[in-house]
Design a protein. Structure first.
Ligand code: SAH
Ligand code: SF4
Length: 363
């Protein structure tokens, strides 16, 4: 326990960042009492830099067509059993209107990866049209693109971009993806530079609990977030999907452990990076439908992205199995979420909820 107290005190009081050994120690905790201490310390850090506040963003999954074949992902190109869909612009605008009705002034548009001209034009037009109907903050999460595309989407009115590096370790990344030029770590890494240089608030992140992943990989991930100077972090536990090459090889999966690792990553990221936005992602909710995302908030996250896309499409957009809420009535979902946020003593922010880390750099 002494070692834990020493590390948490250093994280909370010192200006010098934790070192690899200390980060690894925190990520290896399994004792329930020690875990609670870790989450409480992370929450203290969140209170200091963010407050007891959570930003909600309406998530719109605009299409599940994807040119890539990431070995873990349910909507990978080679999965022929996925019903493919692409929302029309009118449907996206309808979802944005719904978001406005719900009081979400920030939206996230996410999709499978495509870089053909029709898709690039479509996203540009959709972003511009959303900005025409309201003062929305727009985050994009549409994969690897060229500098020109990132610029066009930025000029159309998007101002945050999420591109998870998935793993900061080039070699380990190689085990999660086909070995071809479409799935090249260096190219993905370079995209983070392009996104930052274009002027977006930069979001990245990883999956935790991947087969073969070690604590040292996760420690490197944390150091990577600092190195790329990320403004936002979106992380989640890996969830097996049986129609994927990786999912087929998984023989046992422990949801409790997956959730715990996901929560630890959130807590240690909060202690290590302090003032960034951290999402409490749907994957946590998938593992613990009753309170996964709320536990994420209590471990230091400050952003939740409720899905506001059309329910009819959600069966298609299954990155992993048992994705929550696909059948739930949206109003009901929202009411429950708001109640559970208030129940843990947090307030919902109604502005754009930009990253304090990004704001601090602009001064
Ligand atoms: N195509 C874009 C955005 C959509 S995928 C991209 O890849 O960047 C969004 C995220 O879903 C990915 O970054 C990945 O981290 C996550 N994801 C995919 N399959 C998953 C799985 N089986 N379990 C957990 N997360 C998964
Ligand atoms: Fe496509 Fe993203 Fe899934 Fe990879 S993770 S297959 S890029 S949707």
């Amino acid at each position: 326990m002494e070692q834990l107290d020493k590390i948490l005190n250093k994280a909370l009081q010192d200006s010098s960042p934790l070192d690899r050994e200390e980060l690894g120690f925190l990520l290896d905790i399994t004792d329930p009492g020690q875990l609670q201490k870790l989450y409480r310390a992370a929450y203290q850090m969140k209170e200091r830099y963010i407050g007891r506040r959570v930003s909600l963003r309406g998530l719109i999954e605009i299409s599940d067509y994807c040119v890539k074949d990431c070995l873990y992902c349910g909507i990978r190109k080679s999965n022929a059993n996925v019903p493919r869909f692409a929302m029309t612009k009118a449907e996206i605008l309808q979802a944005a209107e719904l978001g406005r009705e719900y009081g979400y002034s920030s939206l996230v548009l996410q999709s499978g990866e495509r870089s053909d001209p029709a898709f690039v034009d479509f996203v540009e037009d959709a972003v511009r049209s959303i900005r025409e109907i309201g003062d929305f903050g727009i985050t994009l999460s549409c994969g690897e693109q060229t500098r020109e595309t990132y610029q066009r989407w930025f000029d159309a009115g998007a101002h945050r971009y999420l591109l998870r590096i998935e793993s900061s370790d080039r070699e380990f990344y190689g085990t999660l993806h086909p070995a071809d030029s479409l799935h090249d770590w260096d190219k993905r890494r370079h995209c983070l530079d392009l996104i930052r240089e274009t002027g977006y608030q930069l979001g990245t992140g990883v999956m935790s609990g991947l087969p073969g992943q070690k604590t040292s990989h996760l420690v490197s991930d944390l150091e990577f977030f600092r190195e790329v100077d990320a403004d936002m972090i979106g992380m989640g536990p890996y969830l097996p999907h049986h129609e994927t090459p990786m999912g087929k090889l998984i023989t046992s999966f422990d949801p409790e452990k997956a959730l715990e690792t996901g929560l630890k990553m959130i807590a240690v990221t909060r202690l290590f990076l302090r003032d960034v936005n951290i999402a409490s992602t749907t994957a946590l909710q998938a593992l613990s439908p009753a309170d996964g995302r709320e536990r994420g908030l209590l471990a230091g996250a400050n952003v939740i992205m409720p899905n506001i896309g059309d329910i009819a499409y959600r069966r298609g957009y299954q990155l992993y199995e048992n994705k929550p809420n696909i059948d739930e009535n949206r109003l009901e979902t929202r009411r429950k979420l708001e109640e559970s946020i208030h129940a843990i003593g947090e307030t919902i922010i109604h502005g754009w909820g930009d990253s304090p880390h990004f704001a601090a750099k602009q001064k």
